[in-house]
Design a protein around this ligand. Structure first.
Ligand code: CA
Ligand code: CA
Length: 586
């Protein structure tokens, strides 16, 4: 137990008043302190690894529910939140921009906050929310009308409420904010509406903007109320005015590498989906790449300046957003690396100093759009697998239809993977599926879908779409695979007890053996699990919590797959489990 865990344990033992302000040190050490979970990702490195081993392979079969909490109302839909735990209180966000504070001893509600959403919000892919941030005496979360709200964590009262962008243009915000050195870091959602992705930092006390970094080339950044620097070089990789509505939504939030002092954010698909409309003539010099869409970007937390970038899918044309989480880890030989599993089906390992490509390999079985990666991590395109140019079609309306894999929902979507410091493996929630996709003409109109594409998702295998894989980031080897009939859409967590937790759309919270993939325990939650499990300990007992509630993008956009899973029931229930002391001792 490190000194922070000792301090928390001492505070509980002495009966010190319930809430102690969350400090930068608490956040920096969250992954090590087992009595609380104060950050999204169980630490800003997003490893989702707990050093707890009270619960382990031998006793997990005795894991028992202790309470469940209903989010109530008719606003069920997808529940993708990760709970936070601090001083006896659990905080969750819910669909339709709601927040709950719950007594972890009893499951009783302490307070609830409902954002008043206007008519005409434009969420592309369900009305989800993926979690909150804690800092000082406040809780921070984003809303479907593209606002960031600070609440008093004790009472749920609004402290400040700021607009990120105009929801009428298609902006929203659903990711968990991140705190770095007293700044609240947020992105934006809306990549299907021709918005422009940006990362913003606000003073946590006041909500005042400190810096803003658009992630599409040609747009100007901001620092302390003044223009700072332009992102990239105007028209270096975008033709004409297309950069003005270039997409690159930063919709999944970021990670923070404390060792290099770098915030890492991903940028979504370039807009529109029809890549022929932003084709500057692909050349070996990268002049048609559409930077920094479909990229990972390293940012200076003090200024918002771009330190490095790595583009996973140049001239992207399949909706392979580059937003997936980037996880700092240290390999057995001491090398300091990042890992990320992209929508495009490739797993990338990058250098933590400069984002440089180290290695990459597929993490799904079928990739059609590319035949591999070159020495710099740049994809080797299969040009025949690019959706055809509608301008070349006989009617000028519908380009050639191609079948591409992965589907646009990705080899992996938003659902976070986990890294085990025990095994050195990443546990990657992937999906094996493809799509028919074609391009159409489109012109930009504010607040309207800006795709220029049509699509139908299709399964690739009879018996499964979901595929949780244990992947060695050094060799690229898949150690084991756990197949699931429905597409996986929940976060993964792993522990020093040798367990890998995740949920299924069929409703189970599952624990697997981290070395073999053997199923050791499961519990039927009553609705699909698309949330993110956490674990913590209190009074020597280990707890696990997860939110259940089927929804998200699959039922809305899953094509033939959506029909296959239409029998799944909605719900909205937070479950908490523990290993009771008397059972742990047997
Ligand atoms: Ca902690
Ligand atoms: Ca997208």
């Amino acid at each position: 137990m490190n000194r922070f865990a000792v301090a928390v344990a001492a505070a509980i033992a002495l009966g010190v008043p319930a809430w102690a302000d969350v400090t930068e040190a608490d956040i920096a050490n969250d992954a090590l302190t087992t009595a609380d979970v104060v950050t999204n990702g169980m630490g800003r490195a997003l490893q989702r690894y707990s050093p707890l081993d009270i619960l382990n392979k031998q006793n997990v079969r005795k894991l028992t529910p202790v309470w469940a909490f209903s989010l109530g109302g008719e606003k069920q839909r997808g529940q993708e939140s990760q709970p936070l735990v601090r001083d006896g209180v659990m905080y969750i966000t819910g669909s339709y921009s709601r927040v709950y504070a719950i007594d972890i001893a009893t499951g009783r509600e302490i307070w609830q906050y409902d954002a008043r959403l206007p008519e005409g919000i434009l969420p592309c892919c369900d009305v989800v929310n993926r979690g909150a941030a804690l800092y000082g005496d406040k809780l921070y979360f984003g809303t479907l009308d593209a606002r960031i709200v600070a609440l008093n964590a004790k009472t749920g009262a609004v402290v400040w409420n700021k607009r990120i962008a105009d929801y009428k243009e298609g902006y929203s915000f659903t990711a968990a904010p991140m705190i770095v050195n007293g700044l609240v870091i947020t992105g934006n959602s809306g990549g299907e509406f021709g918005i422009v992705g940006a990362v913003e930092a606000r003073d946590a006390e006041t909500g005042e903007l400190v810096w803003r970094r658009p992630v599409i080339e040609g747009h100007m950044g901001e620092l302390n109320g003044k223009p700072s620097t332009m992102t990239g070089t105007l028209n270096a990789t975008w033709p004409g005015d297309m950069w003005k509505t270039g997409g690159g939504a930063t919709w999944l939030g970021g990670s923070y590498d404390i060792e290099t002092d770098t915030i890492v954010y991903g940028a979504g698909n370039p807009a529109p989906w029809n890549s022929w409309l932003r084709d500057a003539g692909q050349k070996d010099d990268g002049s048609g790449d559409n930077l920094y869409a479909a990229s990972r970007i390293g940012l200076d937390p003090a200024t918002g300046e771009i330190k490095w970038h790595f583009q996973t899918t140049p001239r992207e044309g399949w909706d392979y957003d580059g937003v997936n989480e980037v996880i700092p880890f240290t390999a057995a030989d001491g090398s300091k690396l990042f890992a990320t599993a992209d929508r495009n089906g490739y797993f990338y390992v990058l250098n933590r100093e400069d984002g440089r490509f180290v290695r990459g390999f597929p993490f799904v079985k079928d990739i059609t759009w590319s035949s591999g990666l070159d020495a710099n991590g740049r994809p080797i395109w299969n040009e025949a697998n690019r959706p055809g140019d509608p301008a070349k079609a006989a009617d000028g309306q519908k380009g050639e239809v191609i079948f591409a894999a992965p589907s646009f929902l990705g080899g992996k979507n938003w659902m976070p993977m986990a890294y085990s410091q025990r095994t050195g493996l990443f546990y990657v929630p992937s999906n094996e599926w493809g799509m028919d996709i074609w391009n159409e003409p489109i012109t930009y109109k504010a607040g309207a879908a800006y795709l220029g594409a049509g699509f139908t998702i299709k399964p690739l295998y009879e018996d499964h779409i979901g595929s949780l894989k244990a992947i060695d980031p050094i060799t690229g080897e898949w150690k084991w695979e756990y197949k699931n009939a429905a597409p996986l859409w929940s976060g993964v967590m792993t522990t020093a007890g040798g367990l890998v937790f995740f949920g299924t759309p069929e409703g189970e919270l599952v624990a697997l053996d981290d070395e073999t993939g053997e199923k050791l325990w499961s519990f039927q939650t009553g609705s699909g699990v698309v949330g993110q499990p956490i674990t913590w300990e209190q009074d020597g007992e280990q707890y696990v919590s997860v939110i259940s509630g089927w929804g998200g993008a699959v039922p809305l956009w899953g094509g033939e797959v959506a029909k296959k899973v239409s029998y799944l029931n909605q719900g909205a229930m937070l479950w908490t489990f523990k290993l009771p002391r008397e059972l742990a001792q047997n």
